[in-house]
Design a protein around this ligand. Sequence first.
Ligand code: IFM
Length: 447
Amino acid sequence: MPNRSDLPADFRWGVSTAAYQIEGAVDEDGRGPSVWDTFAARPGAVRDGHTGVVACDHYHRYPEDIALMRGLGLDGYRFSIAWPRIQPTGAGAVNPAGLAFYDRLVDALLATGITPLPTLFHWDLPQALEDRGGWLNRDTAHRFADYTAAVADRLGDRVPAWITLNEPFVHMVYGYALGIHAPGRALLLDALPTAHHQLLAHGLAASLLHGRGLDVMIANNLTPVQAASSSAADLAAADAYDALHNRLFTDPLLLGRYPDLTAFGVGPDLHGAVRPGDLDLITAAPLTGLGVNYYNPTRIAAPTDPGGLPFDLVDIPDVPRTAFGWPVVPEGLRELLLTLRDRYPDTLPPITITENGCSTTEGPDDPTRISYLATHLDALATAITEGIDVRGYYTWSLLDNFEWAEGYHQRFGLVHVDSATQRRTPRSSYAWYRDLIATHRAKSATR
Ligand code: IFM
């Protein structure tokens, strides 16, 4: 069996983070409020009332965090840019101090030999745009294009590749359909236009980036979908869930059309959101890479409530679970990558794993995280030897950080962060990842 020591010589290693989860400094240097500031301040919205007001104080401590990255020997760092720092109200003049922060961050990374990989939107929409409908409003896609142009004009001379959006599925479902995340809307299937408006935003931004000679990716949260049995009803339910979670976001990008959502009683215009020509805008610029965020497979059965959604989520039996309760199935990563190749044989671009990792309750010694990373990297190595073009792996995450509705309770970091003192303590997984990267590099040099 191939394993992680067989990864290609030019394979790139990284870590991933996101602005609201680590930066803090929410009122500094002209940053405007985001939907997450508003949501986290709402009593009961986030576990124990945690917020991102301080988070990991990365806004001030980024030199220390880059030193930690240097210690790992990383090739790349995936972070996100906070739109409300660049345009405090989501439109109009840019805030020079906001741009200057990312300018400093990018220069500091490059000085360390680490390639910056920014994500333009990781869920922290300027509140002023939410007040005008957020991603339910088509205009937000155009505002995103303006914001993208401003940031690319400033950083594009030093940043070769860009990720437009992070996990539009999760943002749609948790933020707009169920109300578990900001902006806290519980619209169920009426949230579907937010999928299209996010993809339209991606397409408009991708064209701008491509026009500037920059590489463009999008980071999707994808899951292999297992039917609970081979019954026709379970298979149909699994197909419906797969359409909603995966194909709703990859078919428009890679096939230029939306999947069939008739199982949800939804037509191809997603409740009137899709206008003639939109799919051409979404695909106008080629994706130079597909970012895959993989955490676990999803098991689906036929619905028990005939009046509800056309699927039930069911537990995957007999597998370990992370502290979050998520099933640990490394083989699911390989299965997912093979499915993508089968589904998009002519259009699938090279893949980068833009997130993968687990929360644990462990202290400085975190063998569970090491095992999670090792087994997923072995599954990835197998997929690569089976012909899948995967260029790199960015683990989630460098630091323990603000895990959205779970606050600081779910800890994903290679580095433990004491929320009271901001003291960073590398865990044993940090040393393991460092040694893995060094070993891979040494082996690659002799090939
Ligand atoms: O912390 C999140 C991240 O913001 C998006 N992907 C999943 C991670 C773990 O839940």
